[in-house]
Design a protein around this ligand. Structure first.
Ligand SMILES: C[S@@+](CC[C@H](N)C(=O)[O-])C[C@H]1O[C@@H](n2cnc3c(N)ncnc32)[C@H](O)[C@@H]1O
Length: 408
């Protein structure tokens, strides 16, 4: 979409057209476009309005009902922080004493909206003209928040004693401009030297601000964490969605940490929670009781030790994130299973187990093991009335299979 077309979409005729569209239905989109063109609407305007309608429907996954009154670009929606996660960013900056935030590379303004919602004054910029206009539209409910078309490089962020309440937020683009997939989304990059704005600028601006946060890929390497910052891996519904580096007043617990969002709750795991964890790995002949599987954000943060400590157990293998313990403990950021059996990985023995227990419905999980679950299922030939869940993993360096029952 061009800036001119966006302006038309937001003006009288375009805005009325967008507001008149029914809830998006992929199957009816083609005939609807046809009808609108026949009624005399300009084809470009019809295409732009229908694209917004489609993106709003898709955006509900991230923003719920609010998406129905937002605008998006294809890339902007893809890269936008989901509402619940943005609200955590906003609370963090606000609780760090910030009252103003410079959002440098604001995309369609998802984080900026969350900042505005908690009362922060927001000055947002984006290098892309249409994207910045879309962000400004998405901020229209908050007079203390604006987005303009500019480069982060051109913004002079106040620093020093007079700027104790000024925060910087950055969510650099991790896309390779000019390389698009079939849906028009630009290709992702995982390299720090391909961030836009650059990694150098990010570090300079964040280090100089009273409080700052920068959202990076969940694959961010532990070795790259700048001294004194807090690296926080966040998962939403079991998927690790980001690693945010918090700087200065926003780095409450420097080092590695994880935030696990499940439902309305967010649970934080810190490096100190893992200190002094039992380093002894588990033994296959002593697997009994319960098995705890740490959330992926905790594993990415390298904090499985926190689970070992919490359940007073032993990790199956270093870094695998699965811990055995005879104790029945509630851990909101781990899944819990009862272990009913554990054997070394051996197809013949496993096939006998499946046959003897008349397992017809078999769930195969794997963690840290090199097996193909589909192929293993064919080899095991499950037949019978019973259900079972097995985990193929490593126990103290050797492949093993654990028979599990989920526990609430
Ligand atoms: C990942 S998106 C931001 C998403 C945003 N946090 C949200 O939740 O909607 C990154 C944005 O940075 C912008 N950008 C890239 N380089 C920039 C630069 N040098 N200055 C300002 N913006 C830039 C891109 O146009 C893109 O919209």
């Amino acid at each position: 979409m061009t800036p001119a077309l966006l302006a038309r979409l937001l003006s009288g005729e375009g805005a009325a057209l967008l507001a008149s569209l029914p809830p998006y239905d992929e199957a009816a989109a083609f005939s609807l476009a046809d009808r609108l063109r026949t009624e005399g609407f300009d084809p470009d305007l019809v295409a732009a309005a229908l694209t917004q309608s489609r993106l709003r429907a898709r955006g509900e996954r991230k923003f719920g009902e609010a998406a129905r009154s937002m605008l998006f670009t294809v890339d902007g929606l893809e890269q936008a922080t989901r509402q619940q996660v943005g609200r955590l960013h906003a609370r963090r900056l606000s609780d760090s004493g910030s009252r103003r935030v410079f959002d440098l590379g604001c995309g369609v303004g998802a984080d900026a909206r969350a900042f505005a919602e908690v009362g922060l004054r927001v000055a947002a910029v984006d290098a892309d003209e249409v994207t910045s206009a879309v962000a400004d539209f998405n901020l229209r409910s908050w007079p203390h928040a604006t987005a303009v078309h500019d480069l982060a490089e051109n913004v002079s962020v106040p620093t020093g004693l007079g700027a104790r309440d000024v925060a910087v937020w950055m969510d650099p683009a991790r896309r390779t401009p000019g390389v698009s997939d079939i849906q028009g989304r630009t290709r992702r990059t995982f390299r720090l030297d391909q961030l836009a704005p650059s990694w150098d600028l990010v570090r300079e601006l964040c280090a100089g601000a009273a409080a700052a946060g920068v959202k990076l890929s969940p694959s961010f390497a532990h070795a790259q964490i700048p001294p004194g910052t807090q690296a926080q891996w966040t998962s939403y519904d079991g998927e690790v969605v980001e690693c945010v580096l918090w700087w200065n007043d926003a780095a409450w617990d420097p080092g590695r940490s994880a935030v696990v969002i499940s439902g309305q709750f967010a649970h934080e795991v810190l490096e100190r929670d893992a200190e002094g964890a039992n380093p002894e790995p588990a033994r296959l002949d002593r697997l009994h009781g319960y098995l705890y599987e740490a959330d992926r954000a905790v594993i990415r943060a390298g904090l499985s030790g926190a689970l070992v400590r919490r359940v007073d157990g032993a990790e199956l293998d270093t870094g695998v994130g699965i811990v055995t313990s005879p104790r029945d403990v509630i851990v909101p950021w781990a899944k819990k299973y009862a272990v009913t059996d554990a054997i070394p990985f051996n197809i013949k023995a496993l096939r006998s187990w499946v046959r003897d227990h008349r397992i017809g419905h078999l769930t195969i999980k794997k963690k840290g093991a090199s097996v193909d679950p589909a192929q293993l299922r064919r080899q095991l030939r499950p037949r019978g009335d019973n259900d079972a869940t097995i985990l193929v993993t490593r126990v103290n360096g050797a492949q093993a299979v654990l028979m599990l029952m989920p526990v609430r």
